[in-house]
Write a protein that binds this ligand. Sequence first.
Ligand code: GDP
Ligand code: MG
Length: 596
Amino acid sequence: MRRERIRNFSIIAHIDHGKSTLADQLLMRTKTVDDRDMQAQFLDGMDLERERGITIKLNQARMKYTASDGLTYALNLIDTPGHVDFSYEVSRSLAACEGCLLVVDASQGVEAQTLANVYIALENELEIIPVLNKIDLPGADPDRVRREVEEVVGLDCSDAIMASAKQGIGIDEILEEVVRRVPPPPDNRHKPLRALIFDSYYDPYKGVIVYFRVVDGQMVPGDVVRLMNTGKEYQVDEVGVLAPKQVPVDALYAGEVGYLAASIKAVADARVGDTITLKKGGTAEALDGYQEVQPMVFCGLFPTDADQFSDLREALGRLQLNDAALQYEPEVSSAMGFGFRCGFLGLLHMEIVQERLEREYDLDLITTAPTVVYKCLRAGGEEMNVDNPCNLPDKHDNLQEPYCRMEIITPKDFVGPIMELAQQRRGDFIDMTYLTETRTTLVYDLPLAEVVTDFFDEMKSRSRGYASMEYHITGYRKNDLVRLDIKINGETADPLASIVHRDNSYRVGRALVKRLKELIPRQQFKIPIQAAIGSRVIASESISALRKDVLAKCYGGDVSRKKKLLKKQAKGKKRMKSLGRVDVPQEAFMAVLSLG
Ligand code: GDP
Ligand code: MG
């Protein structure tokens, strides 16, 4: 395809504003996917994504479109993930484009993620085409939302496109505007090869399939390429375009997007944001913006059945082939036995991995409460990262925790309850501005640990679902933090330890032992439960002993009934781990998260 007829663009939107529905419409209208093959939301391939209505992994599709000028264009749609955990991936996808559609729900308006995405688009100097979606809804108020986008985003919306992705309204206009307003890629064919990786996935037959944008030069099969940040070298087996199925081509030139296969073993070897160049005659100057993503949230994963340990290791290994951000290493706990300490980008990423392990690999897991990574100075003066509260040394100094800057957009009626929430979660108020007459932006600096628990859910419930939020990590801060230990039946239960602010420690300690008392089933003996800081017990409760043996009821009864009861018990026991001779159910490991 001639360079002048290429358009590379993305769709950005707040979650649920209709990005995937619109992408489907574009694919259908251009006959890239025919109606018969059209599975709703083609671009959201994974089951999990479809169930949760989120886009986790990005994808791309090349559409052929004959515009009203009679010429045929190649429109490359690069999809972006729709969750804050994946904002780095969003930024790399947008870096591969010249323009984007900004989709805003005309019955809602600008939300936190709308803004965050617009900032990334502006950083990448993209042409932004505003689309007001869902105009079919009775509650749609495109004029109000148009003004809002103009005021808040500072974007001229006089020619915003009125659309309904659901009813197929405005789709032709969108395609025409992409052709008319998104600039073609610049002419960089004669420079040495530089290509930007914006996604990859593992294919068991071809090895890793790398999605990239050729920024400079060209790539052909047989080229020996070097990935500039990992330093790895490969011979390219195949290059092609996504139409949207893989179609091999002879070459890809500057301005085009496509894929390559080069028998790469794991996605960690071809990281998002890395630059591909030629081994011979390449460049020494990598493209800007590469970051090695760091896991922010850690938890322990333990099989309920010790025999599943090696299955768990294998499953994590397979998932990691396809997920460069997933980290894991073996963890042995006297209480829990053998398992893994795993690192994730955020809570959503963590949930996705857990769910896949359980669904696709049929594992029964106990998950310990997620924590962030703290930094401290050990007694000897050596700095240490603590991704597991029970590893925090008793003697330490200068304990620091990660902070984030959060932007919340809310109808003004809910400002009070949301400010209260942010304050409870140790937030520092930074700013409040009126977005419009009825809506407000709140800015807070918050400890990440307070955000990765149930902040999002709380914010939603306090605002009846109307508030939205976005955050990014800003750095570490020293705080007066302590390790809160839990003792069950006199033994310290490592996996229940947490790190809390000293001012909250009594409240959390008391609430936690109370909650554990409710969650841990009674047993044959009395069970003391205590919360302690160092050697000082700050709260205690006890679970009284079961009065009757369950089996006693069956005395003299028939054997099959007894068996049934035992079986039922065994089933109920499934998600339990024995800590200090006490069976502790999965919910108890997460109890600390729900204390508020
Ligand atoms: P995404 O999260 O931005 O990808 O949003 P989706 O495309 O998954 O859409 C979210 C919800 O809005 C789905 O239930 C869609 O059916 C619905 N939706 C999308 N576009 C429209 C529209 O134009 N009109 C109406 N009424 N609903 C829409
Ligand atoms: Mg979607």
